[in-house]
Each structure stands twice: as structure tokens, then as C-alpha cells.
Ligand binder design. Sequence first.
Ligand code: T3D
Length: 259
Amino acid sequence: MADDLLVTHEGAVRVLTLNRPDKLNALNPALHEALAGAFAAIEADETVRAVLLTGAGRGFCAGADLGQNIGGEMRDLGASIDAHYNPLVRRMRGLGKPVVAAVNGVAAGAGANLALAADIVVACDSATFTQAFIRIGLMPDAGGTFFLPHLVGDARARGLAMLGETVTAREAAAMGMIWRCLPDAGFAEAALALAATLAAKPAQAIAAMKVAFNAAFTNGLDAQLDLERDLQRGLGRTADFAEGVRAFAEKRPARFNGG
Ligand code: T3D
């Protein structure tokens, strides 16, 4: 259903709101299709400079919809991961624009890892994160076993995954799982302001950073130094770099246009 995902435009920010609040925005095939379509449109639209992903109601996302016969004997979870979860995570990480996850409530299972696939994760005080998979006999997917050790270290990653305990947004911020925990009051506005701030940054520099940070997960230092050199060489030829240096010399705020 088209309404499973609300797509709105706030200046240069495309806001994607998971909208199945009675199911804590659990992911079903229709919602996955809508997300895939929305991200494809964002990729193609030069006017979109940042993405804000959030949830309607009291949840961010409770992972896979368990009402869709997910435990059925004949269900191939690998096929569903291939069709939906892995392309979504790859798309978010590969997108040359910043993605902010605004975790407005419960984030469980693949819902938690969907948030961690964003570039910057903020969560409100009352939000929680649960690697709920173990509770139903599964292991983390949607990049969880990749993102978690990098974010919080191997020891905590294993504890979170194997015990399936819930951590508060404050705890998540303290252990480096997310960027910041923000007050409940005014959370949506604060998250949008953060996305708008990112949208106003030099777009090519942000895109280059995504390439570099993605590669850093697998590169050694030498390869990473070479990659930084190549990316910076490209950025040194951009209009935004010229404008940034000019603005510095003229002691005024820079006006970046993405060029
Ligand atoms: O093929 C594939 O798709 C494989 C991929 C798998 C990836 C995964 O994500 S596996 C993990 C799936 N998610 C979970 O196991 C989490 C299930 N949900 C919960 O454990 C709890 O709901 C929460 C801890 C997230 C929140 O608990 P609470 O007490 O705040 O809320 P609740 O009362 O449990 O849930 C509220 C409603 O949302 C409720 O519906 P009702 O009874 O009011 O009609 C509940 O059934 C529904 N809901 C919550 N999570 C899901 C869900 N409905 C469908 N699917 C869900 N995942």
C-alpha cells in the first residue's frame, strides 16, 4: 500500500516516514517496495540533498513483519533478505547523499539495523534498540553483524546480539552505537533541522566521505590513504571548495551550491 510509506519534501530534505504504526512499522513486502522506489527516486533527483528516515506513531521499526508467515516451514528467509533487506542497506550506504535515521521509538530486529545503516542516527530519549532476532531463533541481519562490531566493539556486539537485551537511546549513545540522544520534546523538529544542516553542506564532499567511510571497513591504511588522496583531488576541483576558501578569506559564511 502506498500509504505504508509517507514521502514528504522539506526543502532539500526528503522525509521518509514508515507508516504502519499499529505494527510498530514492521517491514512487509509492500513497505520494502515503497522504500526501494523512494530511494531510487532520491538517487535520481538532484534537488534532494539529504534523507530523513523515521517512523509514525510510537515505534521506529519492529523489523520484519512477523504476521506474514515468517515462521512458515517453506519460507526462505534468504530469498526475502536477497530481495529486500540487502538491497535496502546497500542502497542507503551507497547513496551519494547523507541519510539520517531519526529513531522516534522502538527499533527492533532489522528495524534497529535499518537505523544503523544510516549515516547519522539520532534517537529520542524514550527510544530503544533491541537485537530481537535471538528471541525468535534468528541472528542479526540487515548488516547488524557488520555495523555493530564497528560501532560498539566486538564484545558489546556479541552481547547485544546473543542476549537480545533492550538498550535505551541514552545507553546506545554512550556506547557509540548512535550519534546522539535528543529530548523527546521537539525531536522531529530537531532531527529535521539536522538533516537540513547536512543538506546545506558541500554535497560532493559528503558523497566522497561516504565512499571513504564505506571503504574504511575493509581497506588497510595504505589503500585508505590512497583513496583519500584520489577523492580529495576531485574535491579540490569543485566550485564548493573554491567558494569555501573564498568565503574564508572574505570572512563570511560560505554559500555552497553542490558544484
Ligand atoms: O524474511 C524475512 O523478512 C527475514 C528477516 C528478518 C528480520 C527481522 O527483523 S527478525 C525480527 C523481527 N522482529 C521482532 O522479532 C520484534 C517483534 N516485536 C517485539 O518483540 C515487540 O513488539 C517490541 C519489543 C518491538 C515492542 O514491544 P511492545 O510491548 O512495545 O509492543 P507490542 O505490544 O509487542 O507491539 C505493538 C503491536 O505491534 C502489537 O500488535 P497488537 O497486539 O497491538 O495488534 C504487535 O503484535 C505489533 N508488532 C510488533 N512487532 C511486530 C508486530 N507485528 C508484526 N511484526 C512485528 N515485527
